[in-house]
Design a protein around this ligand. Structure first.
Ligand code: ATP
Ligand code: BTN
Length: 256
């Protein structure tokens, strides 16, 4: 179940059978000024989204499709590194249930045994200079079956194959218990604000630390060694001693 802190921050929990995308639904609610503290879980999405127009395959009862809406003031720069901090929170929730070998792939994936277990998608609304809304969307594979999984064009894994028997509702509650306080601490003044409090934890879970990687933007690519992230969550690429920083929106990371 939800703990007291999460219950305090959660205004509404919507559970539905089928939607286009839980992120799309909550963005609409935020635009109507009615999405703050709202969480939505869907059994199935007909148009689940990933980053940059890609799709997230989410067939009936095969995973956890969760979005949380959050409204705050102070500008979008407060969210720097949030997708990485969300990854840390998800890893902790999974560890709570005994899921082994959880790692993070910059900037927004949870991996397990070298394959993608979950993805995080942040979407924004509002004027962004002061009033902002953010939807934190999480898709996690619990038990994918062959037919729909065949459409996934990269290596994936589901919870059933690493740790069968986990109760989906309890895991979803554990995620909310961590994500709601995380959103509050990110967007309210306080000493813990921002990514720096999560950096060490992220580095300890880094799937690609010290490994050769390729970073691809729409127009070019860079090769080097992954060297962790800085205090803002930017990826550090080491190219023969020359270091370059990459920010989340612009590039995709691939093993080289
Ligand atoms: P990036 O590093 O740019 O985030 P990515 O390949 O992980 O790259 P995303 O947009 O984050 O891309 O995620 C969407 C991608 O995830 C899809 O293009 C598909 O390859 C993959 N995908 C879709 N559904 C699933 C799923 N249920 N499980 C695992 N992977 C999936
Ligand atoms: C990614 O790896 O690109 C992110 C995938 C995010 C998928 C989740 S499922 C719940 C929420 N609703 C969506 O349409 N997308 C996110």
């Amino acid at each position: 179940g939800l703990d007291a802190a999460a219950r305090d921050l959660l205004r509404q929990l919507i559970v539905c059978d089928e939607v286009d995308s839980t992120n799309a639904q909550l963005l609409t609610r935020l635009e109507r000024d009615d999405g703050h503290g709202v969480a939505m879980l869907a059994e199935r999405q007909t148009a689940g989204r990933g980053r940059r127009g890609r799709s997230w395959i989410s067939p009936f009862s095969a995973g956890i499709n969760l979005s949380i809406g959050w409204q705050f003031s102070g500008g979008v720069q407060l969210l720097e590194g949030l997708s990485l901090a969300v990854g840390v929170a998800l890893a902790r929730a999974l560890e709570e249930f005994g899921v082994p070998d959880v790692r993070l792939k910059w900037p927004n994936d949870v991996w397990c045994r070298g394959r993608k277990l979950a993805g995080v998608l942040l979407e924004l609304s509002g004027d962004l200079t002061d009033r902002c809304g953010v939807v934190v969307g999480i898709g996690l594979n619990v038990g994918l079956r062959g037919d729909s999984a065949a459409a996934i064009d990269q290596p994936w894994i589901d919870l059933h194959s690493v740790r069968p028997g986990i109760d989906r509702n309890r895991l979803a509650a554990a995620m909310l218990n961590r994500l709601l306080p995380l959103l509050r601490s990110y967007t309210e003044p306080g000493p813990e604000r921002g990514f720096s409090a999560y950096r060490d934890a992220w580095l300890a879970l880094d799937q690609f630390a010290g490994r050769p990687v390729r970073l691809q933007s729409a127009s070019r690519e860079w090769c080097g060694t992954a060297a962790g992230v800085d205090s803002s969550g930017a990826l550090i690429l080491d190219m023969d001693g020359e270091r370059k920083l990459f920010h989340g929106g612009e590039v995709s990371l691939r093993e080289d």
